[in-house]
Design a protein around this ligand. Structure first.
Ligand code: NAG
Ligand code: NAG
Ligand code: NAG
Ligand code: NAG
Ligand code: NAG
Length: 621
């Protein structure tokens, strides 16, 4: 659901033209290579023979192509960087079709003083999240927000909060907002303190709200624009503080609750839930994942979207059996750290990203040593979370699948499965033949044994059997020792998959000197700042591309024990680019800048005069 309508971009400056020419050159080199390859004479074995000049004898690997595309995407993003208030407001009006909110100048100054890289697109998520609220009466939003159980409030430049019981996340989010309180208008920010997102409004209803926003979007004359928020005096003097009934649904099959948030023409909208989760997942992919480029993720938005991949209803714990569930179908301004594409939460940086705890980052100054000193292996540690795994459903959980697929022993067992060759407990190697890899079937298991160190630290069995026992999954998983984040950074590759919701360690991984390989169905505040294949490696939620990704970066061990055809230098470059970029645009300062901008917009959409509130000082009023 892409709500943000991009307005025509501004006229090219000579500077941008130059960049475009450079990119065009790059592109020609790339496509030229492919063209030469196709025209080169071939012998019977299909190997090109040298002509007048050396000709590459292999087609570019699909990942080579994706890497180039990522560079191009990044350059066109950075061509939009704005360096002063005037161009920032211009970029705002072009992209959003409104005047910036009151306080935009102070916000811009704060961002600049704190060294922010300023690209209007970095804030797209805010508009995606807030757009539907323009279709609801402002008074309704104010009342809903004020009466919720957990709320951070700002009045007269001071942040306070209320909560039902002591909660670490409330402390953290309050602290974050407090840091910027003196720049903020009066707001009530209801907070989701659960792991799982909680708002799913039927797509048709959101669509109606979105078209209302579209109709109300305009640029009033500067003389008609108001620069002061009304404030929340009315909310504070309301007679009744009875909470708005949001009708949270606490039971039921989550997939059926969730898919009504998918567009009606999407593959998932009409597909009802699966209820029998016993045995391996039935949908055995023997083709590349949908929307992929020769098997590898080319559109990260699509790869993350369960609306486009109904098979996830039986292969992701969030749909198989979430640990906790409490969902409303009422549009309500709930702020939270992550959400699914069908959710209507307003995203803020997850509380754990604001904490300094070593558990999530490896420690503030621990980002790993030099690449050359790292083990040429992938490492993964974590709990068997993802939802409530039980005897009758555990084979459908993403973490169980990932661990079985990278466990050399279990892959060997699957390869030699006498009844159904390739069939494991949670996966089927049927897909393997469509990936043209050097590591052959029957060699896969032994290869993985040497290149992956992965295991559950706890099997989180249900019902609990104590002593780290889990009678139903014990034959296939043995708990391994915990490993600190900073010790994981002595491995080159860091695969990352969802737990009960998004994975909280990803932020630490991005800042490390190792390479994150990421699969998820969850959205986060930072998504439009990161370019897949440039700052991290994206992975499909079926994980069928993982072997290909590893082989591309590591190469294959030959008989002498050396790796051939590796792209180690590329892996190092992405790892370092991700780290350097995270240090520029995912800093604690960037979280504050994002939240400040978000709350200016939120205060406006909660104000009865919202259509005429704006910042227009730059227009020479
Ligand atoms: C905020 O300031 C206004 C005006 O100075 C005052 O009337 C109001 O009581 C203050 N509100 C709070 C919560 O301090
Ligand atoms: C509050 O209650 C009083 C007396 O019942 C009434 O006159 C007033 O309109 C109420 N105000 C609101 C905002 O409901
Ligand atoms: C889903 O069902 C509705 C109503 O029956 C129909 O209009 C729509 O086209 C269907 N969507 C898909 C993707 O089949
Ligand atoms: C990726 O997919 C989304 C959703 O289908 C689409 O809006 C977007 O334009 C695509 N991005 C690219 C780079 O193709
Ligand atoms: C790897 O797989 C084998 C065979 O299924 C299993 O016995 C072993 O416990 C697994 N290892 C880990 C670390 O889970």
């Amino acid at each position: 659901m892409a709500f943000t309508n991009t307005l025509p971009s501004r006229v090219f400056s000579p500077h941008i033209l130059l960049r475009l020419l450079l990119l065009l050159g790059l592109f020609c080199i790339l496509t030229g290579t492919a063209w030469i390859y196709q025209r080169a004479p071939r012998n019977a074995a299909g190997i090109s023979t040298p002509h007048h000049f050396p000709v590459p004898n292999t087609k570019p690997h699909p990942i080579d192509v994706l890497l180039k595309r990522a560079e191009i995407q990044f350059h066109s993003l950075m061509a939009k960087e704005t360096l002063d208030l005037k161009s920032a407001t211009k970029a705002y009006r072009e992209r959003r079709g409104r005047h910036p909110p009151p306080g935009f100048d102070k916000w811009f100054q704060y961002a600049q003083e704190n060294g922010a890289v300023m690209v209007e697109d970095f804030f797209d998520q805010i508009y995606h999240d807030l757009t539907p609220f323009w279709g609801v009466e402002a008074k309704t939003i104010r009342r809903q927000a004020n009466t919720f159980e957990q709320v951070v409030s700002v009045r007269n430049g001071t942040a306070t909060f209320k909560t039902d019981t002591h909660r670490e996340w409330m402390d953290l989010w309050h602290n974050l907002i407090q840091t910027i309180e003196k720049w903020l208008p009066d707001v009530d920010v209801p907070i989701n303190v659960m792991d799982e997102p909680r708002v799913i409004v039927p797509w048709e209803e959101i669509n109606t709200c979105v078209s209302k926003e579209r109709q109300s979007r305009h640029l009033p004359d500067a003389k008609d624009v108001l620069s002061k928020f009304t404030g929340l005096r009315d909310v504070d003097t309301w007679n009744s503080s009875a909470p708005v009934d949001l009708d949270f649904i606490k039971s039921g099959v989550y997939w059926d609750i969730a898919r009504i948030g998918c567009p009606p023409d999407s593959p998932a909208h009409n597909i009802t839930a699966v209820t029998d989760f016993s045995g391996p997942p039935p949908s055995v992919p023997t083709t590349f994942p949908p929307n992929s480029f020769s098997g590898y993720v080319q559109n990260w938005t699509q790869a993350k979207d369960p609306c486009l991949q109904p098979s996830l209803r039986e292969t992701h714990g969030s749909f198989v059996e979430p640990i906790s569930q409490s969902t409303t179908h009422t549009l309500f301004p709930m702020f939270g750290g992550s959400k699914l594409p069908m959710n209507n939460e307003i995203l803020i940086p997850p509380a754990m990203y604001w904490s300094h705890r070593e558990l999530y980052t490896g420690g503030d100054n621990e980002h790993g040593g030099p690449w050359e000193k790292k083990k040429n292996m992938a490492v993964w540690r974590g709990m068997a979370s993802g939802g409530r795994n039980k005897r009758e459903n555990w084979r459908r959980f993403q973490r169980h699948r990932f661990l079985e697929m990278v466990n050399g022993t279990s892959v060997e067992v699957a390869e030699r499965n006498p009844e159904k060759p390739g069939q494991g407990q949670t996966f089927d190697l049927g897909f393997y033949k469509v990936y043209d890899l050097k590591t052959k079937v029957y060699e896969l298991g032994s290869w993985l044994k040497g290149v992956v160190d992965a295991g559950f630290i706890s099997l989180v069995c249900f019902p609990d059997e104590g002593n780290e026992k889990c009678s139903y999954s014990d034959p296939w998983y043995s708990p391994v020792a915990k490993m600190k984040m900073k010790d994981m950074y002595s491995y080159k590759f860091l695969p990352d998959v969802d737990g009960n919701s998004f994975s909280g360690r990803y932020w630490g991984f991005l800042q490390s000197t190792s390479l994150p390989i990421k699969a998820t169905i969850y959205a986060e505040w930072h998504d439009s700042r990161l370019v897949p294949w440039l700052h991290f490696v994206p992975m499909d939620n079926s994980f069928v591309d993982f072997y290909g990704v590893l082989e591309y970066f590591m190469g294959v061990k030959n008989e002498e024990g050396n790796y051939e055809g590796s792209h180690d230098e590329v892996a190092r470059k992405i790892a370092m680019a991700g780290k350097e970029w995270a240090e520029k645009v995912l800093r604690r300062e960037d979280m504050l800048i994002y939240v400040m901008r978000l709350l200016l917009e939120y205060a406006r959409v909660c104000d009865d005069k919202r259509e005429f509130l704006g910042f227009v000082d730059d227009l020479g009023r």
